[in-house]
Ligand binder design. Structure first.
Ligand code: COA
Length: 377
């Protein structure tokens, strides 16, 4: 009898990835210097100390449902397939509007999607969108999706208690991705997860705003970056491994946090400051241009950086994407650009939203916060 061959589950994995991207930023924004004025803080603390620039805000009648729906419509409008071929809608968020009904149901209703569709919400703080994407990828790789595609959305509105140290890092935004043929990016099947159960940032049931141990969350984030990158490097020459990537994208709570995490990785690798700073300047800082315009969009933050990096990227160039969610769970993914990345069609979503949005003053911000009665979940 012939010996049994091991099954190569990933023998043909090159056919799965991101087929379309849509983004949406809400219609209001607050320049970070306005908040500094209001809080009587030196603007350089926010601009240089945290690396923030502008914060996207939702008006009182604008929720994550609207954010997600617009991003999804944009992604679907650019996709070669038809809505009837969507077999999964997975929404990653920590701004849920209901404890039972998933956000995906609101989005599906707005898009007129129903039928043989798996529809659900994924939660793990800022990591939820990545989990939804990974599940969609693995659903396709398992071969049980048939010809169907998945609609994955990462969406959040990040609001803190007024005067909380996290207030300058607030933001909002949505990224929708169709998981199907990898015309924009191939998501490589192997990834590097790391989790540890901690209380660095959490929002107990009944609390309107998160409870944040900011400094501890930074330690956890650095710990996760080191663990995931060590798994990727796996004893090889770190310089050679990192040279394989055109860019390194990160979850962006605020840009300085990413810089600190890279420094902690560099220190672990025994790199000097100059080498770390060069890596940051060349492969990390440019990925965060859109994040500086919207602030922290929790689940969407990493995917905003990835979308920004993929636009205009030559085919086959690889990028790394580090996802982190408090609690904590993290995962390092690797992607390579597909043939349609170079066109960067989704860049116009950001250009349009930035052009049309209304910049408010510190006084408007205070009035908005008063009007916004946050639903407590
Ligand atoms: N000019 C330039 N930089 C200044 C400054 C000034 N006038 N004043 C302060 N700074 C710098 C500080 O030196 C510090 O830089 P460093 O961290 O490199 O030392 C930085 O600004 C922040 O100052 P700090 O006093 O630490 O700020 P804070 O205690 O008010 O708040 C956080 C910082 C990070 C704790 C807070 O923003 C937070 O909780 N953010 C949310 C964290 C989060 O999102 N975690 C979960 C997701 S992973």
């Amino acid at each position: 009898m012939a010996s049994k061959q091991p099954i190569d589950y990933f023998a043909d994995f090159s056919h799965v990835g991101i087929a379309s991207i849509g983004l949406h930023f809400p219609p209001l924004a607050l320049p970070i210097v306005e908040l500094a004025k209001l809080r009587n803080v030196d603007p350089d603390k926010y601009l240089i100390g945290l690396g923030c620039k502008e914060m996207a805000l939702c008006p009182e009648d604008y929720t994550v449902v609207e954010l997600a729906t617009v991003a999804a419509k944009r992604a679907l409008s650019r996709w070669q397939g038809e809505n009837k071929n969507i077999g999964m809608i997975a929404v990653g968020t920590e701004s849920a509007v209901d404890m039972s009904r998933p956000l995906s149901a609101w989005v599906a209703a707005n898009l007129g999607l129903k039928g043989a569709i798996r529809s659900y919400e994924a939660k793990h703080a800022c990591y939820g969108g990545t989990l939804a994407l990974r599940q969609a990828i693995e659903w396709k790789l398992a071969g049980i999706a048939g010809q169907k595609a998945a609609l994955v959305i990462a969406v959040d509105e990040a609001l803190y208690e007024q005067q909380d140290p996290g207030e300058p890092t607030q933001g909002a935004g949505a990224v929708a991705m169709i998981i199907d043929d990898p015309v924009i990016a191939h998501v490589e099947p192997f990834s590097y997860p790391w989790s540890e159960p901690v209380f660095d940032f959490y929002r107990p049931v009944g609390c309107a705003y998160p409870i944040v141990d900011g400094k501890f969350s930074l330690e956890c984030y650095c710990q996760a970056v080191k663990a995931c990158y060590q798994a990727l490097i796996n004893g090889r020459d770190p310089e050679k491994v990192l040279a394989e990537f055109h860019a390194l994208c990160f979850h962006v709570p605020f840009p300085k946090m990413v810089k600190k995490a890279l420094a902690s990785l560099g220190k672990l690798l025994n790199w000097d400051e100059e080498k770390i700073n060069n890596l940051f300047k060349q492969k990390v800082d440019p990925t965060m241009d859109w994040n500086r315009l919207c602030g922290n969009a929790y689940t969407a933050s990493l995917w905003i950086a990835v979308a920004n990096t993929l636009k205009n990227l030559d085919q086959d160039k690889r990028i790394a994407a580090f996802s982190y969610g408090s609690g904590f769970g993290s995962e390092l993914l690797t992607l390579s650009a597909g043939p349609a990345a170079a066109q960067g069609a989704w860049a116009k979503d950001v250009e349009e939203d930035i052009k049309q949005r209304h910049y408010i003053s510190a006084a408007d911000y205070q009035a908005l916060r008063k009007r916004k009665t946050k639903t407590i979940i």
